[in-house]
Design a protein around this ligand. Sequence first.
Ligand SMILES: Nc1ncnc2c1ncn2[C@@H]1O[C@H](COP(=O)(O)OP(=O)(O)OP(=O)(O)O)[C@@H](O)[C@H]1O
Length: 355
Amino acid sequence: MFTTTEKERYSRHTLLGEVGVEGQQKLKKARVLVVGCGGLGCPILQYLAAAGIGELGIIDDDTVALSNLQRQILFKESHVGMYKVEAAQEVLNALNSSIKIQIYYERLSAANALDLFVKYDVIVEGSDSFSTKYLANDAAVLTGKPLVFGSIFKFEGQVSVFNYKNGQTYRCLYPEPVAESDMPTCSEVGVLGILPGIIGMFQANEVIKIILDLGKVLSGKLLIYNSLEASQTLLPFSKNEAIEISELIELDLSCSIHSANEIDYRDFKENKRVYTLIDVRSKPEREASSIGGLHIPLDQLLRNPNQIVEFDTVVFYCASGKRSAKAVDQLQNRFSEKKMYSLKGGIAEALLIED
Ligand SMILES: Nc1ncnc2c1ncn2[C@@H]1O[C@H](COP(=O)(O)OP(=O)(O)OP(=O)(O)O)[C@@H](O)[C@H]1O
């Protein structure tokens, strides 16, 4: 039953014939887990908390950075440095004190996913990692939960609902994982802050539709939203019956790359003269910040590796260390006589050390 305050709070929901008091009760009884509390997770959580979802779980091990505030709208300047889940809990409690917010200061992994998923009715995926997306998909299949998926890249976003009533899954859409090093992240290519807001709200909308059994759930269809064109495409895809998921395997889509020879920024600085420093980021990234060195974007370097033929000992750097590791990985065999290193943690770590 609802208290007088709750009746008032949700009155605009209950006025809708399709929702009513009964629908609001369903929302109150629902338990929803949100994986990742970043650009997608923040708007998802904000709308679900406001809508009166009875229990929200949030899993993320990251802390709030100043560069997150441009799009991770739950966080305030005073939250910088704090665990995202803790800051989110504080803000969401202030928004709606009548709901339960359970936080997990960890990453979703093969070790915790099944135990966690069984506690919730709907799972929402808002991470920025392909391995987490596959893991969440497989865990949702194994626990029989619907998974509301979202992802963004530059000006385009995707939304779908996987494993809804045993329907299509992420693996029906993308059977083969791509190496994460081949897919740049927001911290490498940037993102307009509003796009994850739009996609996150599409996801929150699907959650509400699933709980209320309303409308057409986005199952077996991929919604592609282009923010520059303000266009939307619905791409149907079929179930691949040949795919069987019997256990959880955590994909390390980046391991081969990160096994590359890494050098710490402090060690690099100590013997700076020995190394030729090469920035493999894009032109806009270079213009935004730099720690010097030559500038050869990774695609140009891989197309024409002989550009580095004259250097004996090379240190590549990028935003986080992924593209520079790829450079080492791809070029070391070709130039076996050279010493090649990838700057650990990229320019992000170097600038922190310089600070
Ligand atoms: N396996 C995982 N379990 C829980 N949270 C995850 C997992 N993988 C990624 N995340 C979280 O998903 C969120 C993704 O959000 P987003 O890409 O907007 O943020 P970010 O990593 O803070 O941004 P930036 O790349 O600009 O630093 C991050 O908070 C990240 O910690």
